[in-house]
Design a protein around this ligand. Structure first.
Ligand SMILES: N[C@@H](CCC(=O)N[C@@H](CS)C(=O)NCC(=O)O)C(=O)O
Length: 243
C-alpha cells in the first residue's frame, strides 16, 4: 500500500496543491494493483524536502516529478513508456511552463495580494494557536515574497505579471482547444500536471486576479474539466462547489 502525503483542503479546494493533485491523478490512473491511501499534512516543513507531496512505499519519495518517475518504474513504464519522444518533449515543455512559471504567479496571486492573504492565513494557519499562526504566517509570506523576487517574476509590475500569466494561459488554451490533451490525442501524466494547476487557479475561492484572467478564455476551464472528469479526481471540493 502506497501512502500519499498531501495538503489538507483549503481555498474551497479539496486538494489545494497542484503537485499533490497530480500525484493523486497518477496513482488513480495506474489503478489496479496500486492501492493507495491519502494522509493530509498541513505543515510542509515535515516533508522530507520541505515541500508537498511525498509518498511512502517502503521507501520515502518526495517531489511529484520524482514520484511519477518512481511510479513509472514500479509499473514497468505505466506512465511514460508508451509515449513517443515527441510526446515527451511537448509534455515536458508544457509541464515546465505550468509548474515553474504559471504556478509561481498563482502563488503570488494568493499570498501577495493583501486581501487574498487573509484567506491564506485562515485556511493554512488557523490550525495553530492564534498568536503563533499570526507570526508563522507573516514569516511564511516574507519567504514567498523573497522566493518570488529570486525567481524574477516578483521584480515586475502587476500589469507585467498579468501579461506573463495571460501568455501562459493562452498557450495552454490554444494547444488544448486544437488537441484534446497536452501530447495530442491521448491522456497522459502531463495532463495531470497542467490540468491540476489550471483547475486550482480557476476554482480557488474567492477568485484571485489570476482566476479572472483565466476566465477570459473558456477553453481553459473546458480542458481542466475534461481531465478531472476523465480521472474522476477533482481539485475542487464537490460537496460545496458551485460549477
Ligand atoms: N517540485 C516540487 C514542488 C512542490 C511544491 O512546491 N509544493 C508546495 C505546495 S503546492 C509546498 O509544499 N510549498 C511549501 C514551501 O515551499 O515551503 C514537486 O513537484 O513536488
Amino acid at each position: 500500500m502506497i501512502t500519499l502525503y498531501t495538503l489538507p483542503a483549503a481555498f474551497n479546494l479539496r486538494n489545494p496543491s497542484p503537485f499533490c493533485l497530480k500525484v493523486e491523478m497518477a496513482l488513480t490512473y495506474l489503478d489496479l494493483d496500486l492501492e493507495f491511501d491519502v494522509v493530509t499534512e498541513a505543515n510542509p516543513g515535515k516533508a522530507p524536502k520541505g515541500k508537498m507531496p511525498w509518498i511512502v512505499d517502503g521507501d520515502i519519495i518526495p517531489d511529484s516529478e520524482l514520484i511519477l518517475d518512481y511510479l513509472d518504474k514500479k509499473t514497468n513504464g505505466g506512465l511514460f513508456s508508451h509515449l513517443t519522444e515527441q510526446e515527451k518533449a511537448v509534455g515536458t515543455a508544457f509541464t515546465r511552463l505550468a509548474e515553474d512559471h504559471l504556478y509561481w504567479i498563482m502563488v503570488a496571486a494568493r499570498w501577495l495580494d493583501d486581501d487574498w492573504f487573509k484567506v491564506v492565513k485562515k485556511d493554512f494557519f488557523s490550525f495553530m494557536p492564534a498568536p503563533i499562526g499570526f507570526l508563522v504566517s507573516r514569516l511564511a509570506r516574507k519567504q514567498v515574497r523573497k522566493t518570488y523576487q529570486l525567481h524574477g517574476l516578483g521584480r515586475h509590475t502587476m500589469q507585467e505579471q498579468a501579461e506573463f500569466a495571460r501568455k501562459d494561459l493562452q498557450a495552454i488554451a490554444a494547444h488544448t482547444s486544437t488537441h484534446p490533451y497536452i501530447t495530442g490525442e491521448r491522456l497522459t501524466a502531463y495532463d495531470f500536471a497542467v490540468a491540476s494547476i489550471v483547475a486550482g487557479l480557476i476554482d480557488n475561492k474567492p477568485a484571485t486576479w489570476l482566476s479572472a484572467i483565466a476566465e477570459e478564455t473558456p477553453a481553459l476551464r473546458d480542458y481542466a474539466e475534461r481531465i478531472q472528469s476523465e480521472m474522476n479526481v477533482y481539485c475542487r471540493d464537490l460537496t460545496t462547489a458551485v460549477a
